[in-house]
Design a protein around this ligand. Sequence first.
Ligand SMILES: NC(=O)c1ccc[n+]([C@@H]2O[C@H](COP(=O)([O-])OP(=O)(O)OC[C@H]3O[C@@H](n4cnc5c(N)ncnc54)[C@H](OP(=O)(O)O)[C@@H]3O)[C@@H](O)[C@H]2O)c1
Length: 303
Amino acid sequence: MSKHIAIITGASSGIGKAFLEEIANDRGVNGATPFDEIWAVARSEDKLIEIKTLLGDDRIVPVTADLSSPEDMTRLSERLASEKPQIGLLINCAGMGMKGLVEDHPAKTLEDTIDVNCTSLAKLTRICIPYMIVRDLSRTRDKRPRIINIASSAGFLPQPGFAAYAASKAFVISFSRALYYELKDHRIIVTAICPGPVKTDFQRKATGGAQADFTGIRKYVVADPVKLAKASIRASGKGRQILVYGFSQKALHVASKIIPTSWILAIEKKMMPVEKTASEVKEDKGISGPDESAKEVNTAGGI
Ligand SMILES: NC(=O)c1ccc[n+]([C@@H]2O[C@H](COP(=O)([O-])OP(=O)(O)OC[C@H]3O[C@@H](n4cnc5c(N)ncnc54)[C@H](OP(=O)(O)O)[C@@H]3O)[C@@H](O)[C@H]2O)c1
């Protein structure tokens, strides 16, 4: 019999790491079958090994891969073809985004955002599907194969100052919801997760190091990654198509459906503060460092 595995991308930090901990700690409680292996995918091999050591779980298999690289994606695909596992859970969590105006970004940044957030998510999902299809369609819901795609409330609306990221997350929501129906006959559950701001390293990376924490209204609604991971696993266990996490994000979701987008965008534009590049912020603080093109901009929408 082939081994039963889970795959988690973006497992080296933040939300993906929280998912990895949750899945590793779930040793068959609540009727779920413990996985034989948990493939933890990210570029930072050292971080993956550190987490594996910390959790002391031999089932964790660090898989070092740059998901924006077609070669690494081919390697992953070949590994699956050679090991032929049964994939019970795929969590597409790897993601990135750089704040700033499109005109100020290097074209490569836009390309990387789309490659990691959209192309790799769609490709990895496609590669994994054949290993998720099970013959025994009588399985109870909690034992059915599941895909959890980490989108964002940023995907509800266009976001000036975070345009490519918001558009990439709109892709994830749309792709996941269509896939839910495509895979229904195979009894594979697909759940899109839409959190607002979450306390991870994301904000620091998205501002080129200028802001480690969320500011403005968003600092009052920051979610905890562990609670988010638990809620996401629960939502997928219930067979839900989408989880909009937190009251504020649910309100934003409803607003995005009833208020004309042009009105919201006009307000967003007004709320954008005077922009500063990360290097300007560093200059203000008297810190010298490499030039960064990301701008310190605040957007009213989700993240
Ligand atoms: N934090 C938030 O406020 C927030 C809100 C809504 C949605 N999200 C979404 O949640 C997901 C996780 O973000 P996070 O907050 O946990 O941020 P994070 O701490 O920066 O984690 C991002 C993860 O993605 C991995 N990753 C990035 N580029 C990659 C690449 N090219 N190849 C392979 N792995 C790559 C990173 O690993 P390596 O660097 O080791 O490769 C890391 O494990 C993202 O999809 C993000 O868009 C975050």
